[in-house]
Design a protein around this ligand. Structure first.
Ligand code: S3P
Length: 195
């Protein structure tokens, strides 16, 4: 059974470590599918009225995790309420929190783990600011190792070491979004640059 067939409103969650491309791939995938894109980190910032680094500094990680769990519930609630097919990009730690995989499984929400080599994740995060949990290489690697066991609970694993277009094409090719094979060509067609 395709994921879309197991839920009333089609939804896909993207999980994965910092730098795995959840937001970039998610936005692109949603655009191609004609679905709504929701970025959980953005929802959290909008709810808090401050940036995530500011939130960590002012309130600490445990309070952040509570807000994150609340916003995850709210985001899923909106999907059900508005019946809008949605791609939801989680934060890097969302799926690694106790109970999160079970919560999403019970809600019949398919989860894709975007996984990339640690060197790729590192190089992507080193050049970007705004990640309070990116402190140094050693702790980054340790956190990744620690979270692997959670990410492995996802329904699908897609290698996201390459560029976003290739990752989206792979998700569509494997039918993970529930796109019937007959429609695939037109989805991929949209990806081609104008000649
Ligand atoms: C976090 C990752 C961040 C953001 C917050 C905590 C984590 O999201 O939710 O800084 O625990 O790994 P990205 O993976 O989108 O950077």
């Amino acid at each position: 059974m395709t994921p879309a067939a197991t839920t009333r409103t089609p939804i896909l969650c993207l999980a994965g470590f910092m730098g795995s491309g959840k937001s970039t791939v998610g936005a692109r995938l949603a655009k191609q599918l004609g679905w709504r894109f929701v970025d959980l980190d953005e929802r959290i910032e909008a709810a808090a009225g401050i940036t995530i680094p500011q939130f960590f500094e002012r309130h600490g990680e445990p309070t952040f995790r509570q807000l994150e769990a609340d916003e995850l519930r709210a985001a899923l609630g909106r999907v059900v309420e508005h019946q809008e097919p949605t791609v939801l990009a989680l934060g890097g730690g969302t799926y690694a929190q106790a109970g999160a995989p079970e919560f999403l499984r019970n809600a019949a929400v398919p989860v894709i783990w975007l996984d990339a080599r640690i060197e790729v994740l590192l190089s992507r995060c080193m050049t970007m600011t705004g990640r309070p949990l990116f402190r140094d290489e050693a702790s980054f690697r340790a956190l990744y190792e620690q979270r692997l066991v959670s990410y492995q609970l996802a329904d699908f694993r897609v290698d996201s070491s390459g560029d976003a277009a290739a990752v989206v094409a792979e998700i569509l090719r494997r039918g993970i979004a529930g796109v019937p094979a007959a429609d695939l060509e037109s989805y991929l067609e949209m990806e081609k640059p104008p000649s």
